[in-house]
Design a protein around this ligand. Structure first.
Ligand code: PBG
Length: 325
């Protein structure tokens, strides 16, 4: 029999042929760059565990966003590090809080040329590092916390965010935020829900970046998802869509490709995946040691996230891979 012998390799011989038959194409249009902006610093501060990423000043943030826009990156998502933290995280909705100031200035700079997203949570702003109001038993109170998120959503929208992205994993957060936005006459502000967000060991470098230590050795297992569960992620996504989410997210990405694939099969709204800080740090550490080829591995990882079904990839690699695509 001759027919099957050369069946698969025929279409792999030349770069042009491979390009023609490629099923998945990663483009700059898929990327969102996460950026950190810090109050009260004169110079950008490097983050040891996130090589190449910095805590920006308002000015260096503007320069970075201009550079990313020039590379064709369509969106950024902002995280703030306030000068002062308190029990409720009130800087998260202060109109003069660090992210609100940044949003206003960036909006003035870029107009509608770039999608401005704001992470919506309070952990960067609370002195205990939890994503909400902590009760006397040390647990995060779900319903009291919703009011804080509603406040933050309105502040971010009024400062110019196109998209707010609730990452706190409180039940009912999307509904509370949608109601607050509509009430504040911000019907055009979209919600990207971190719907399937796992309690992961891969957020460590991010917590360095935002100066968060969870009080009393605590963790987020009481509100973020258990890594052993997949069906639960689909239930989270269904609930968030029912509450009015416009886009949904799976996070982390690489260790959760099965969740991305299952979510893709289930929903037709834009699906995002967050290639998180620990995933980035592992890649950078191995590449710095010469153990893997950094650029090729970066493209491979991001393409696999897209192949699994993500439409949108939040990644600290955005600025460096954009010129390679
Ligand atoms: C919470 C938030 C976290 C990340 C994004 N939003 C940290 C956490 O849940 O502890 C992690 C992102 C990353 O690791 O890159 N505001």
């Amino acid at each position: 029999m001759t027919f099957p012998q050369r069946r698969m390799r025929r279409l792999r011989h030349t770069p042009a042929m491979r390009r023609l038959v490629a099923e998945t194409v990663l483009t700059v249009d898929d990327l969102v760059a996460p950026l950190f902006v810090r109050d009260g610093i004169a110079e950008p501060q490097p983050i040891d565990s996130l090589p190449g990423v910095v805590q920006h000043t308002q000015d260096s943030l503007r320069a970075e966003v201009e550079k990313l826009a020039g590379l064709g990156v369509p969106a950024v998502i902002l995280f703030g590090i306030p000068a002062t933290k308190d029990a409720e995280g009130s800087e998260a909705w202060n109109p003069d809080g660090v992210v609100q100031v940044a949003l206003r200035r960036l909006r003035a700079d870029v107009g509608d040329d770039l999608v401005l997203m704001a992470d919506l949570c309070v952990d960067e702003y609370t002195d205990h590092g939890h994503c909400g109001i902590v009760d006397e038993r040390g647990r995060v109170d779900n319903d009291l916390t919703l009011d804080l998120y509603a406040n933050a959503a309105v502040a971010q929208a009024e400062a110019g965010a196109d998209v707010v992205a609730p990452s706190g994993m409180m039940d009912g957060q999307v509904l509370a935020i949608r109601d607050a936005l509509d009430e504040a006459e911000q019907p055009d502000v979209a919600i990207l829900a971190y719907s399937a967000k796992y309690a992961s060991a891969l957020y460590g470098p991010f917590r360095d970046a935002v100066d968060v230590t969870i009080a009393d050795g605590g963790d987020r297992s009481g509100y973020q998802q258990d890594l052993r569960n997949a069906r639960e992620a689909l239930e989270e996504i269904r609930l968030d869509l029912g509450e009015g989410a416009d886009m949904v997210m799976v996070k982390p990405a690489l260790a959760y490709l099965d969740i991305i694939a299952r979510a893709r099969a289930e929903v037709d709204v834009p699906l995002a995946a967050y290639h998180v800080s620990g995933e980035y740090a592992m890649l950078k550490a191995a590449a710095a040691n010469g153990w893997i080829e950094g650029d090729r591995a970066a493209i491979e990882i991001l393409t696999s996230i897209k192949r699994a079904g993500a439409d949108i990839i939040l990644t600290y690699l955005a600025g460096e891979v954009a010129p390679l695509l």
